[in-house]
Design a protein around this ligand. Structure first.
Ligand code: GDP
Length: 304
């Protein structure tokens, strides 16, 4: 975790430290406040949260009336944590119920890091002594199931897949859930296809995958629908988030590739837009590069 935090700090320290440096200037004139605003906007924090934060900082820095670095840092830390919202519930629902596993559906546009996230998450769960089954419901590309299976083998968990390219994704999801029930597994992680060309098609497909998986649970509900977003894609990612949230009820967001961008502010923007917490962050391509997200740790990494 310390290693991942260092990686996040490396890519995003410009944001936290940049803000602190600006706030520490001898005179906080209009130009400086504009620079603070620009810094936040450039990091993809979003217009409304940026305006709110700048207003609050202006008032609080004035009341504080000191340039004492530790006090400024503490003030900034407090306001950034508030912005990220420490009150959101970020724990994954991955506890099996009697007679059935927890089921997690992973959705998102291709290329955002879905399959990789499923693999990394399986590894985290296995380390917690959970029995995990993977479901390769991205049946549009044969390579997608191969890639997932490779992750499964690496992590030591079985992958339920169809050998037919273009097979019904819902049927694979069904089989994966059944395998989870029959094998008394703890968690079933289902990888899906995310082609955005056609919203109606996507809606039909994800809706059906969800319904059929729930039917396999004898009417139980899916425990998590995680939306995977690539942090480097900015407004494009925000647009994807909106489309997916109209198609299926998202319960959590996984923000990937935060290691490769200084735009960590997208955490704030996407949570605001969807009203759903970021639960996990991806900080690299390797099996251990997935971390739980907490507002405090995130902000501390930005200020490191
Ligand atoms: P999918 O099409 O959504 O399933 O995306 P993949 O899981 O195939 O990932 C697409 C690419 O992004 C791959 O090259 C991954 O190694 C890479 N990737 C995924 N997550 C991360 C991350 O957190 N950081 C970095 N740097 N790369 C990532």
């Amino acid at each position: 975790l310390a290693r991942l935090r260092a990686r996040l700090a490396k890519s995003n320290s410009g944001l936290g430290r940049g803000l602190l440096a600006l706030l520490s200037r001898d005179t906080l004139d209009e130009e400086t406040w504009e620079e603070i605003e620009d810094t936040l906007l450039l990091a993809d924090v979003g217009v409304d949260p940026t305006t709110e934060l700048v207003d609050t900082l202006r008032e609080r820095v004035r009341v504080l009336g000191t340039k004492e670095p530790d006090q400024l840092r503490a003030l900034l830390r407090e306001e950034l944590i508030k912005l990220v919202d420490p009150t959101m519930e970020r724990e994954l629902s991955v506890t099996a119920a009697p007679g059935r596993p927890a089921v997690v559906l992973v959705v998102g546009v291709n290329g955002t890091g879905k399959t990789t996230t499923v693999g990394k998450l399986a590894r985290v769960l296995v380390a917690e002594d959970k029995d995990v089954v993977l479901g390769a419901a991205d049946t549009f590309r044969a390579a997608a199931a191969d890639q997932l299976q490779t992750w499964g083998e690496r992590v030591g968990v079985p992958t339920v897949r169809s050998d037919k390219e273009g097979a019904d994704p819902a049927s694979v999801a069904h089989d994966a859930v059944r395998a989870g029930i029959d094998g008394e597994s703890d968690v079933v992680l289902i990888d899906t296809a995310g082609r955005l060309q056609n919203k109606v098609g996507l809606m039909d497909q994800l809706g059906k995958v969800k319904r059929v998986a729930e039917r396999a649970l004898d009417g139980g509900t899916i425990d998590e629908v995680l939306l995977v977003l690539d942090a480097t894609t900015g407004q494009n990612g925000m647009q994807q988030a909106k489309v997916f949230s109209e198609v299926v009820d998202i319960s959590g967001i996984v923000l990937t590739k935060l290691d490769g961008t200084a735009k960590g502010g997208i955490v704030v923007a996407v949570q605001r837009a969807l009203g759903v917490p970021v639960k996990l962050i991806g900080l690299g391509e390797g099996p251990d590069d997935l971390a739980p997200f907490t507002a405090e740790e995130f902000v501390d990494a930005l200020l490191d």
